[in-house]
Design a protein around this ligand. Structure first.
Ligand SMILES: NC(=O)c1ccc[n+]([C@@H]2O[C@H](COP(=O)([O-])OP(=O)(O)OC[C@H]3O[C@@H](n4cnc5c(N)ncnc54)[C@H](OP(=O)(O)O)[C@@H]3O)[C@@H](O)[C@H]2O)c1
Length: 263
């Protein structure tokens, strides 16, 4: 059986591999990285096979996941050269378009892009996929099925990839949690209670939106009595430019992503 091969054994690989193991994924998983200590750690935590030799790793791949940082993609592909076996290349690199991948590694490699989430670690990921033209349907299904092991999968047009990337990051949730809890400590709550209260506000509230089928507007109305405390808090957030800040932040993220495409 040909393997799922990760090139790059860093953060996202570690999360996906843990999620795949949790899902009892059957195909062999091989990770290559230039840091032997990262490979040892992955072996210890997720019991995956590791291959410190790049060309031996690539030769075993049926699906080849490019999981290095965007700046490292080009040198890595240079290093690999040409792949002789039919292989599905899936790049996780933010901002690097299919146009820059197409034709790399020779004619045997067909390309897709994936934007997976580190929450894949616990099987609650969300992965956006986009496929290069001409990728046969069964190959597309293989890639979708792989990421479906670790959470929800959506296919979106490539032109939406940067927007998805700046929006879906679980860092937003962690950042909001940290910010809300810090402000809560400022009101006199101890840190543990502050985190509990803030996590309820964010995670349970959003879960209720997912599960209840109610609209966001109705849920907002239910949770914030007009003129009440929650409404007062939201009014100040809005008046102080909360929406504008988020908008500006996402636009900065988009520009950062677009820089990767130009390199
Ligand atoms: N982290 C996320 O949540 C996330 C989510 C979606 C997509 N992504 C994408 O996934 C990619 C990886 O992100 P990451 O956060 O996992 O990065 P990371 O933690 O830095 O892991 C990348 C690993 O690949 C190694 N590497 C780079 N070039 C190599 C080469 N030529 N041969 C062997 N190993 C090499 C790196 O070593 P060095 O440190 O020496 O370079 C590093 O150990 C990025 O392109 C990112 O846009 C990440």
């Amino acid at each position: 059986m040909k393997a799922l091969v990760f090139l790059g054994g860093g953060r996202i690989t570690s999360a996906i591999v843990a999620g795949l193991k949790l899902a009892r994924y059957k195909a062999p998983i091989i990770v290559h990285d230039r840091h032997p200590e990262k490979l040892r750690e992955l072996q210890r935590t997720s019991n995956v096979d590791v291959e410190p030799d790049l060309s031996r790793a690539v030769k075993q791949a049926h699906i080849l996941l490019i999981a290095v940082r965007p700046d490292s993609v080009d040198p890595l592909l240079e290093q690999i050269g040409e792949v002789k076996n039919p292989t599905l290349g899936v790049s996780l690199a933010a901002g690097i378009p299919l146009a820059k991948l197409r034709g790399r590694l020779g004619t045997q490699v067909r390309w897709a892009r994936a934007m997976p989430s580190p929450v894949s670690r616990v099987g609650r990921g969300l992965t956006a996929l986009t496929f290069d033209r001409g990728i046969p349907w069964p190959a597309q299904r293989e890639v979708s099925t792989l990421f479906a092991q670790v959470g929800q999968v959506i296919e979106i047009p490539e032109k939406q990839f940067d927007g998805f990337t700046v929006t879906y990051s679980s860092s937003h949730g962690y950042h909001a949690l940290a910010t809300l809890a810090k402000a809560a400590v400022g009101t006199g709550l101890d840190r543990k209670t502050a985190l509990l209260a803030a996590a309820h506000a964010l995670a349970d509230g959003i879960q209720a939106w997912r599960e209840s089928g109610m609209s966001l507007e109705n849920l907002l109305q239910e949770a914030a009595t007009p003129g009440g405390i929650a409404a007062t808090v939201m009014d100040i957030m809005d008046a102080d430019g909360y929406a504008k800040t988020v908008e500006r932040a996402l636009k900065a993220g988009l520009r950062r992503s677009q820089q990767n495409a130009k390199k």
